[in-house]
Ligand binder design. Structure first.
Ligand SMILES: *Cc1c(COP(=O)(O)O)cnc(C)c1O
Length: 475
């Protein structure tokens, strides 16, 4: 290359790294993004100009736009329009306002393990413990660990390592994503002693198996499936009698963490009932129906809970200060989003769905979507679900807006991201789990998705079969 050609090469006009790093927008972003991330964004913008995708003069503007779009976490907030309340792939329970405030407050130094009056070390997470005991007065003591699985590992390790855990064959469940309870228990060094059959287990089965090798009796709520027909299971109260006669502890894993009976979910077990019926230890998750942060809750008799708390493994599964703060606030604050979604009025859901459908239908009139279907937005009956392995088969009656299936990927990749349910060749938008104050944002995102959808047909090669072009304005 000659000197002259080099001088004319537009790539020579690409701004230098130091100049870009000195932009006021970059300086302003230094508090929220690391130097490495900032340099990476600068390099990307320069690279786009080098490869001719943008003009050298636009590098600074492109960088500023990238900075605005980039946050320190790659997790993207999602509007959950599936109607599934506890959606494991969306992080289960959304936190209550009180829990969010508590998280922020606990993010600095906090007295999580200190008595400020005396300056002495105190019991870790005393506030969360007190809140649990207030919510479930049947419990004498409580311990919070990392999650439900950790709670089960701690309980079986502390009570039965090297000995037997007696459990019904009908309760050896896989929770999801290949997480199998029997494998988990076996990993603790306890031996699984299966009793009964898949569909029927009687008290005599437990009785025959209980002996000197027994570490504990375990009852697991088979949360994500139901066995119907010729079935039998032994209730907690009957197991209590056996546990007492033989002097072995009784552990009950209720899974979903309802503190108390909820009439909306008549068959869902709750912590209070399991303890009242005689469990020594009950286990539940914090982020299912309780509506709090990921946590494993262990509640029960003082002696049993203390045995778990003193086991060395307890330190390896202990909850962090953020979890303890959010859990306490979940229990003492206002209604959780999970409770709101669970008890949403069907009539209110229908009104909200109709408002959304009206707005979307106005933009869709006469348009075609991929597949040649005429686009429409109609309100249809739609049952929500508890999800997260709770109350299988229990419908939560409500409504959804039915859109063409092809709208689903556009909704998911929109801003804000909206996750609809894809079912039966349709994209269903259920507002049950969408906070009502987000309806407007959802409508705007759905409008944009439908515009893109109709645009992809009218602007494509559909041979002039498309209807009128995209409606103007934001409906
Ligand atoms: C969900 C569940 C677990 C696991 O709890 P995580 O909090 O997900 O670890 C264990 N047992 C039962 C019965 C469950 O429903």
């Amino acid at each position: 290359m000659t000197e002259q050609r080099l001088a004319q090469d537009p790539r020579r006009r690409i701004p230098r790294t130091d100049d870009l790093l000195a932009l006021p927008e970059v300086t302003a972003a230094r508090s929220r993004l690391s130097e490495a991330v900032l340099r990476g964004l600068v390099r990307q913008a320069q690279e786009r100009a080098r490869s001719g995708r943008i003009a050298p003069d636009d590098v600074a503007a492109a960088l500023v736009a990238d900075l605005a779009a980039r946050s320190a976490t790659s997790l993207r907030p999602v509007l959950n329009a599936t109607g599934v309340v506890v959606h494991t792939n969306l992080g289960r329970a959304p936190l209550s306002e009180a829990a969010v405030e508590a998280l922020v407050a606990a993010s600095g130094y906090v007295d999580v393990e200190m008595d400020l009056a005396s300056g002495a070390r105190s019991r870790r997470g005393a506030g969360a413990r007190a809140a649990l005991l207030a919510a479930v007065p049947q419990a004498e003591d409580a311990l919070v660990v990392n999650n439900g699985a950790a709670a089960l590992v701690l309980a079986t390790t502390a009570l039965a390592a090297g000995r037997e855990v007696i459990v019904s064959r009908g309760e050896l469940v896989e929770i999801g994503a290949g997480f199998r309870l029997p494998d988990l228990i076996a990993s603790t060094g306890a031996r699984l002693r299966e009793v009964g059959t898949t569909n029927r287990t009687n008290l005599a089965d437990y009785d025959d198996a209980t002996g000197p090798e027994t570490g504990c009796l375990l009852k697991v709520h088979p949360s994500n499936f139901r066995v119907t027909g010729f079935t039998a299971a032994v209730p907690v109260a009957a197991l209590r009698t056996l546990a007492e006669e033989r002097g072995v502890p009784l552990v009950v894993d209720v899974g979903s963490g309802l503190p108390d009976h909820d009439p909306a979910l008549p068959e869902e077990p709750d912590l209070a009932a399991a303890l009242a019926d005689g469990a020594d230890v009950v286990i539940a998750s914090g982020d299912k129906l309780l509506g709090g942060p990921q946590a494993g809750l262990l509640l029960g008799r003082t002696e049993a809970i203390q045995r778990l708390a003193k086991h060395p493994l307890a330190r390896a599964v202990r909850a962090d200060k953020l979890t303890l703060a959010a859990l306490e606030a979940t229990l003492t604050g206002g209604p959780t989003p999970v409770a709101r979604s669970l008890h949403a009025e069907p009539e209110r859901l229908r009104q909200r769905a109709e408002r959304l459908a009206d707005r979307l239908a106005a933009r869709l009139t006469g348009r075609l979507v991929p597949g040649g279907e005429t686009a429409s937005a109609t309100v249809v009956p739609h049952d929500g679900r508890v999800g997260g392995g709770g109350a299988p088969g229990v419908p939560l009656p409500g409504w959804a807006v039915r859109l063409p299936e092809a709208a689903a990927p556009l909704l998911r990749s929109g801003d804000p991201a909206v996750l609809p349910r894809v079912h039966d060749g349709a994209c269903l938008v259920d507002l049950r789990c969408v906070p009502e104050d987000q309806d407007e944002r959802l409508a705007a995102a759905a409008s944009a998705a439908l515009d893109a959808l109709a645009g992809s047909v009218s602007g494509g090669t559909s041979g002039g079969t498309s209807g009128p072009g995209p409606a103007s304005g934001d409906g």
